[in-house]
Design a binder for this molecule. Structure first.
Ligand code: HEC
Ligand code: HEC
Length: 282
């Protein structure tokens, strides 16, 4: 499926040692969780077809050992955090002394929501983190959670899990259009000392190795992801920040409008792939 190292690898290779892949997981492996088969490869959405024919979940590019952790919810370390979020969901907090469950009787009612986030609400681009903090501050009179805090990312994961197996389907036209355009612009802009864009790695070189890592298409249908590297749930924005740092650029801030727009754009590149929240990555 790879396109092979291309011209850019001249520049890239010098710094990052790009090579074609070696021992990898079985390319025909299937992601089946609790009897449900998830879509990990499919035709690229229409807006992407000038650049990509097919889209692939990041799961496809991981080692069989890492893949296996996502096949069974008892093995998936993210579920420890989900269990904590289930308790928090029912705990009253803030000046209104309300719990999430006082207004949202069943967390399963959020089924489908993750597929459409981020979305435009009242003229603003809203991520899941924004929605949850809005409920905390406006409905509960409680303090906003930090974007990347364990509490926030555990709750984002619990809400996201309700849509697992459903296809990603963010809206990119209408009032979402300007945000989507902004995100696309960021995606294709070269950053940092290495002068590289997201597309240089995740579109032009996926399926190649970069240092010891097998490059994926940088999809976010599995977020928040549990990473073995830091043993916690990682937000979409933290991942963006890490990748921008790797090209030695000043990252935008987690929770910034730039990252919200980038999140919408990157989500739209996964339209059609199943939601995998919570995915496991190295
Ligand atoms: C006092 C009632 C109340 C509490 C408590 C509350 N919410 Fe909400 N929530 C709402 C209302 C009303 C909406 C819809 C309007 C809005 O977005 O503010 C909503 C919307 C949402 C949505 C989006 C649903 C959709 O389909 O668009 C999510 C997700 C959500 N809340 C999560 C939470 C979580 C998690 C908590 C606890 C941290 C929480 N809420 C606490 C009242 C509440
Ligand atoms: C120098 C190459 C490089 C650049 C440039 C780069 N990334 Fe990455 N990115 C990686 C590597 C390596 C990984 C880890 C392996 C993988 O999943 O591809 C990664 C992982 C990711 C992931 C996690 C995918 C998953 O399935 O868990 C996302 C999302 C991502 N990148 C988005 C971006 C975005 C958005 C940009 C531009 C702001 C970007 N990356 C720029 C190298 C890069």
């Amino acid at each position: 499926m790879g396109k092979g190292p291309f011209l850019l690898s001249l520049a890239l290779g010098a710094v990052l040692a790009l090579g074609s892949h070696t021992a990898q997981a079985d390319e025909d492996a299937k992601l089946v969780i609790e009897g449900q088969e998830l879509v990990t490869k499919t035709e690229a959405p229409a807006h992407l077809q000038e650049n990509l024919d097919e889209i692939y979940s990041g799961w496809v590019f991981r080692s069989s050992e890492t893949q296996a952790l996502q096949l069974d919810d008892f093995e998936n370390p993210a579920f420890v955090f989900i269990d904590q979020a289930v308790d928090v969901f029912e705990t009253a907090e803030g000046t209104a002394e309300k719990a999430c469950s006082d207004c949202h009787a069943d967390v399963e009612d959020f089924k489908g929501l993750r597929a459409s986030m981020p979305r435009v609400k009242d003229g603003k681009l809203q991520t899941m983190e924004d929605q949850i903090n809005q409920c905390r501050t406006e409905q509960m009179g409680a303090k906003a959670w930090g974007w990347s805090s364990t509490q926030m990312q555990s709750m984002v994961t619990l809400v996201g899990l309700q849509s697992r197996g459903m296809p990603m389907n963010v809206t990119i036209d209408g009032d979402a259009k300007p945000f989507w355009e902004q995100g696309k612009e960021i995606y294709y802009t070269r950053h940092g000392q290495l002068n590289m864009s997201c597309s240089n790695c995740h579109e032009d070189n996926y399926d190649n190795n970069i240092r010891a890592d097998h490059l994926s298409q940088g999809q976010i249908n599995g977020f928040p992801t549990y990473r073995l590297k830091n043993a916690k749930l990682n937000s979409v924005h933290d991942r963006f920040k890490g990748c921008i740092r790797d090209v030695r650029a000043e990252p935008y801030k987690v929770g910034s409008d730039a990252f919200r727009a980038l999140e919408l754009y990157v989500s739209s590149r996964a339209n059609g792939l199943s939601i995998e929240t919570p995915a496991v990555r190295n």
